[in-house]
Design a protein around this ligand. Sequence first.
Ligand code: ADP
Ligand code: MG
Length: 141
Amino acid sequence: MKQRTLSIIKPDGVRKNLIGEVIKRFEQNGLTPIAMKMLHLTKAEAEGFYAVHKGKPFFESLTTFMSSGPIVVMILEGENAIDLNRTLMGATNPSEADEGTIRRQYADNIEQNIVHGSDAPETAATEIAYFFNALEVCPRP
Ligand code: ADP
Ligand code: MG
């Protein structure tokens, strides 16, 4: 089933000059970017995006990290895009991520793990709407 998911290259991924590398993996594995922008989130905007994690011990540090520099936000479209993206990303903790995944190869630790990807259709829809309006989405024919 053709799906859409939200992907973020986090501040560590941008700082490590991995924008091209990450997008190349998506394009070569059937995930097509149909919307894209670079942003520098405020702390409040990062807190809004990660509201589901409010109250967790890592929330303060996570939102400080996510507002520490520019990010690249994308909508990816493809067959089973949500699960496929998470497979390419690897587990949250890079030390537990499969060989060859983005996080295993590039992430420093469980917090600074290079990429975000939506985890379900409902969260994908909410996260896409957090960053993009209809005019900014450019589906391929
Ligand atoms: P994922 O990004 O794999 O969906 P979660 O939704 O559980 O993972 O967590 C969101 C983000 O919060 C993670 O990508 C990571 O940046 C951070 N995070 C998750 N768990 C921890 C933790 N135990 N300590 C520090 N940061 C964490
Ligand atoms: Mg998550």
